[in-house]
Design a protein around this ligand. Structure first.
Ligand code: GAL
Length: 365
């Protein structure tokens, strides 16, 4: 009888321990390989939702990998990597001093960029393991990533359920659909952080890429890259990309904002109606003939010209990544919106659904 009781208790204990282990178990790190009907290929991992590679054709049909990155998912865990190819959250870009007030409560976030909060904090969405699943859609192969960010993670309120769907469409687009819900009012600003080089990763700097940005205004910042609150006209400044201009044409000008950003590291206010998918930017690399269009529902887009890359990282094909060897076009709300009442709101209310779409479309000329 005693023995029976003992073995029963042992069994209960075993069940409890193993269910606790299952509840805390992370999904395994996986790499998904997607290929569309034109032979365009991408590798995406559920670690950080990172786009590891993206191979698109040039004007002669030669495929090159146009995103900076490492060989394996594990490489991103070991290296001190500057968000190469990752999903950024909960808040893409900076929140001043890592503080904001919502419904009368002040929240203190992790501070990881000088005195400010950057890209979701110390362990943002770029460093967590998402639950992933590869599916087929009518538009092309896709990966569905989900993640539950617990109430209080990196200081943010609310249990946030996030879903990101990457679709490699048969129109040669990498389409990213974001959605999220929360059980408490919170703030949210998701983005994607691929560094592009349309001549192929590791093939020199991106200063000759021509860029057109559909923005009459941009967001000037202070020395800590925090917005001053002004939305400044681009006309007459090196931020005027309304007509296609080489990224490097004005980058070293003696101009206050370029100096503060170490080059371009600024949000552009995309013309047209936020919430509607519209063309935000077109980047051209003339030697390959590759052209990338960026379409988004977001109000803004950060142009970051890889100013902090310094050659210390070596990429997947063994080539180093020097300064300005990739550029990011991060579609998002403006930085520090939770502290800037005049900016479009980044508050996500309990019961509401966050939705955002961005498309990187590849063509040749
Ligand atoms: C960008 C940001 C830059 C820098 C970079 C990562 O999104 O605007 O200031 O932090 O990420 O090195």
């Amino acid at each position: 009888m005693k023995l029976q009781k003992l073995s029963y208790s042992l069994l209960v204990l075993l069940v409890l321990v193993s269910s606790a282990a299952i509840a805390h178990a992370q999904p395994p790190v996986t790499v998904y390989k997607l290929r569309n009907s034109h032979g365009v290929e991408t590798q995406i991992t559920n670690y950080g939702g990172i786009v590891i590679s993206l191979k698109v054709p040039d004007r002669n049909g030669k495929f090159d990998d146009v995103v900076l990155g490492f060989k394996t998912a594990q490489d991103y865990m070991r290296k001190n990597d500057p968000y190469l190819g990752a999903i950024i959250g909960r808040y893409g870009n900076r929140i001043a001093k890592g503080r904001f007030t919502l419904n009368g409560v002040e929240y203190k976030l992790a501070v990881n960029n000088g005195e400010n909060h950057l890209h979701g904090g110390i362990k943002g969405f770029d460093k967590v393991v998402w639950t992933g699943r590869q599916i087929r859609t009518k538009d092309g192969p896709a990966v569905v990533l989900t993640y539950l960010s617990k109430d209080g993670e990196e200081g943010y309120p609310g249990n946030l359920r996030v879903r990101v769907v990457y679709t490699l469409t048969n129109k040669n687009e990498l389409k990213i659909d974001y959605s999220a819900t929360t059980d408490k009012d919170t703030v949210l600003n998701l983005t994607h952080h691929s560094y592009f080089n349309l001549a192929g990763e590791g093939n020199g700097d991106i200063l000759n890429h021509e860029l057109k940005i559909n923005a009459d205004r941009f967001v000037p910042t202070d020395a800590g890259s925090i917005p001053t609150g002004e939305l400044r006209k681009v006309s007459g400044t090196p931020f005027d990309f309304l007509t296609s201009t080489a990224i490097g044409a004005r980058i070293n000008q003696d101009e206050e904002q370029l100096k503060l950003g170490n080059g371009y590291d600024h949000t552009f206010v995309i013309n047209g109606t936020a919430g509607r998918l519209r063309l935000a930017a077109t980047a051209r690399e003339t030697s390959s003939g590759r052209v990338m269009e960026v379409w988004t529902t977001e109000p803004g887009m950060q142009l970051y010209t890889g100013n902090f890359l310094d050659g210390s990282l070596t990429g997947k094909s063994g080539k180093p990544y020097p300064r300005r060897s990739g550029f990011c076009l991060e579609t998002q709300h403006y930085p520090d919106s939770p502290n800037q009442p005049s900016f479009p709101t980044t508050t996500l209310k309990k019961g509401a659904t966050y939705k955002s779409t961005t498309i990187y479309r590849f063509i040749t000329q």
